[in-house]
Design a protein around this ligand. Structure first.
Ligand code: MIC
Ligand code: SF4
Length: 753
């Protein structure tokens, strides 16, 4: 079921009539996003028009993709769903668990050894249930999906927040938690609130040092990490058509950093060229046949303000290269202003490491353009001052760029090629000396740069840029170097300038690969055994969460009032904890250890209300659990920003937290909480956040009449005998309320199976 051209034919056979039907009910010209969404309505939803930003809609996605760190939990849930095969083509990709230390070969073989149990588990579950399995070393999920599975006009969900990468090929591709993936693999519809639409009109054409990455770095600066929440971003215009398919992928990928549900570009000649270049001319031919349905209506693009909720215009001819950071991906600096910002803010100007690649930026175009700079460094006798690493996105890209000599060029510049995996991007980086927590700077072509993410050091200032800018700055070893205007001193003492990078969108000799690393599932998996050792510390079969007790919740403790940014990295840290992604009990020991306690400004130190002593968050919560007392977590804006990891929702659920009450949520995290039977609530009046005190005892009222659109009440009883009642809004619809009552969405599926 992995490469399913038949499936694509079926989808394409229905697209024209479904879009026509949608046009009738919507009653006006359609954006591309609406076309694909309406073409993927589930049976129950067909024939209706939906209100953006409010209606919950059931969709029928065509594919599911999972990466190893999230697939474990997704598949542990799927194993309980009572199905013998997945209902839609699905794949698993082993990319997150490979630690970067020495270089590709050694690191990969070490990872295979260390993670054997998990890889064996994923390989056997995949084999059993008809899921395509991409072995460790095959590449990073989003790059492999773009090269093999993404198709224009399709709809995919993936258990990773950067799933939108496939929007570069005109697919609606959305990051979700494992429980959502489990539903779709079990043949159930997938629910999403009909998104708002942000249109980005691109005019002009990129040139010189500017790359596709700079478009999204600029957009992130405009919209901020929350600005895309609840919205799909649709790119169009003559500038859009000028970008390579992989460049479009980069833009859509990093759209996750503005909280967008996904991002998308229409089908065009560049998409067709990429499909053909990656061995899929058959799909290009099919897409050409329905091309007018794979882009927005011309009326929409002529008057975007009438059809989108918000419109942004960017002229690519004027766009400067950008550097974003540190610590947040939306702090955007045009290169001409960056050096001054570094000086004014006292960020370390000396650049320790430049890292290129990742799922965001590891196309043939990216690598060839970066290599053109590396070649100049060699030719112009410049010795790279920073360490420099290259992470190819897939074995196909790695093999091809090795064949074409680019890896040798990097080698001459002193670069180290890492495994085709996430590596440093997700904290899988044995960076020597990081434990000393020294203040330092790194720059990457990745997408996220939250504190501690890459190397665990809170004082590492991580910046994000295009591979070209990363390479130039690594050669200079200096963050204040502007390659557009400045010169460097070479080993002979001469002043030299780096010329503009040059590269190729697609390899002239075509892509090549010896072993892509794919393993097809058994045709009949019924006899395949999936083994999970009861004594394993990496994998643990799941027990059902208890159903709601049927009454209001009273006498809850405040576990933590989190202050400021609280991303999924703060709630369930990655790096060393990735090894427990299949073991709920063990990974729960990282719950909220990165969140800042508003009362003492410390991380992982909260007051245990039973003893009065301060302790670690997970241990404190375990004490409440042992005493049979529930608790709540209070948080700030955009709580749960970042990753799709549902562990950030399952851990509190498992340890007995009952509700998360925040100023606002990131989309995936809010859904993950609901799926696991938690209460995800928001302050009707955000200023009420300030009323919550450290020793509060809490009641949640209104649960017996819990209904869509009806707020709940949370009463905070303070230690001085006074109390405050906070109105808590929620976005649960009736079906989601049933998840809460049943204890989790999965409990309901199990009951039906
Ligand atoms: C990430 O980029 O943060 C990750 C690691 O890919 C996550 C998934 C995970 O936590 O496993 C994501 O983005 O969803
Ligand atoms: Fe992997 Fe980083 Fe991409 Fe996430 S953003 S999939 S960790 S390379």
């Amino acid at each position: 079921m992995a490469f399913d051209i038949e499936m694509i034919k079926e989808v394409y056979a229905q697209i024209p009539s479904r879009i026509e039907a949608a046009r009738k009910v919507v009653g006006k010209p359609l954006t591309l996003t609406e076309k694909i969404l309406y073409a993927h309505l589930s049976e129950g939803a067909a024939g209706q028009a939906f209100k953006r930003g409010t209606s919950y809609v059931d969709f029928q996605p065509d594919r599911v993709a999972m990466q190893d760190a999230t697939a474990q939990m997704a598949l542990l849930q799927f194993m309980q769903a009572g199905r013998s095969q997945v209902a839609v083509p699905s794949t698993v990709h082993c990319d997150h668990l490979i630690q970067a230390e020495i270089g590709a070969d050694k690191d990969l073989s070490k990872a295979k050894d260390k993670n054997k149990e998990v890889y064996d588990f994923l390989a056997s579950v995949s084999n059993k249930y008809g899921i395509g399995f991409w072995k460790p070393g095959a590449g990073i999920i989003h790059q492999v999906v773009l090269e093999n599975y993404a198709f224009p006009g399709g709809m995919m969900i993936g258990t990773d927040s950067h799933t939108p990468n496939a929007g570069g090929l005109g697919m609606i591709a959305i990051g979700v938690g494992g429980a959502d993936a489990c539903d779709v693999m079990a043949g159930l519809p997938w629910e999403l609130k009909f998104p708002k639409l942000i249109g980005v009109k691109l005019t002009g054409k990129l040139s010189g040092w500017t790359a596709a990455k700079d478009v999204i770095l600029k957009v992130a600066g405009i919209l901020t990490v929350k600005g895309g929440t609840g919205a799909i971003v649709e790119y169009f215009g003559e500038g859009a058509r000028s970008l390579s398919a992989t460049g479009k992928g980069t833009i859509c990928n990093m759209g996750a950093e503005i909280g967008a549900t996904t991002s998308i570009f229409g089908y065009d000649e560049k998409s067709a060229a990429y499909l053909s270049g990656t061995g899929r001319s058959d799909i290009a031919a099919l897409a050409n046949g329905i091309a007018e349905h794979l882009t927005g209506d011309s009326e929409v693009y002529a008057n975007p303000e009438q059809y989108f909720d918000q419109v942004i215009e960017i002229n690519l001819s004027e766009l400067e290269p950008h550097v974003n950071g540190p610590f947040t991906p939306d702090l955007a600096w045009p290169i001409s202003k960056f050096a001054a910002a570094v000086r004014e803010n006292g960020w370390p100007a000396k650049l320790d490491v430049g890292l290129i690649g990742s799922c965001t930026n590891s196309s043939y175009e990216d690598i060839s353009r970066a290599a053109s700079l590396a070649q100049q460094a060699v030719d112009k006798k410049l010795v790279a001052k920073s360490e420099y690493t290259i992470t190819p996105g897939s074995e196909q890209v790695r093999f091809t760029v090795a064949r074409d000599g680019f890896l040798d060029t990097f080698d001459k510049m002193g670069g180290v090629v890492l495994a085709n995996a996430c590596g440093p991007c997700i904290g899988q980086w044995a960076r020597h000396g990081a434990e000393k927590q020294e203040k330092n700077s790194i720059i990457t072509s990745f997408n996220r740069n939250f504190a501690k993410r890459a190397d665990g050091n809170p004082n590492t200032h991580a910046f994000v840029a295009s591979p070209e800018i990363v390479t130039a700055l690594a050669i200079a070893g200096d963050l204040t170097f502007n390659p557009l205007t400045d010169t460097l001193t070479n080993s002979e003492g001469n002043q030299v300038r780096l010329d503009e990078p040059r590269g190729l969108e697609l390899p002239t000799k075509g892509f090549a690969v010896e072993d892509a690393g794919y393993q097809a599932p058994a045709a009949d998996g019924s006899t395949v055994q999936v083994l999970v050792s009861p004594t394993s510390d990496r994998l643990q079969l799941l027990d059902s969460f208890a159903a709601w007790e049927g009454v209001d919740l009273t006498g809850l403790k405040l576990l933590i009032k989190a202050k400021g940014k609280c991303t999924t990295d703060h709630i369930s840290m990655a790096g060393p904890w990735l090894k427990y992604r299949g073991h709920l009990d063990n990974i729960s020991n990282n719950m909220l250890i990165g969140a800042v306690n508003a009362f003492n400004e410390a991380t992982n130190s909260v007051k245990n209300q039973l003893t009065g002593a301060y302790g670690e968050v997970p241990a404190t919560q375990r004490a409440y659990k042992a005493a049979g007392i529930g608790s709540i977590v209070v948080g700030d804006e955009n709580y749960g920003e970042g990753s799709s990891r549902e562990h950030a929702a399952m851990e509190p659920r498992f340890l007995g937290v009952r509700a998360i009450l925040v100023k606002s949520f990131a989309r995936i995290h809010e859904t993950n909480l609901k799926k696991q039977g938690m209460l995800a609530l928001t302050f009707a009046n955000p200023a009420d956040y300030d009323l919550i005190q450290e020793n509060d005892v809490i009641d949640i009222k209104g649960l017996t009449t819990f209904a869509p659109g009806k707020a709940l009440e949370v009463v905070f009883h303070h230690a001085d005998g006074t109390s405050h009642t906070v109105v808590a809004n929620h976005t649960y619809n009736q079906g989601q309320i049933e998840w809460f009552k049943a204890g989790s969405a999965l409990n309901l599926i199990k009951a039906k199976a």
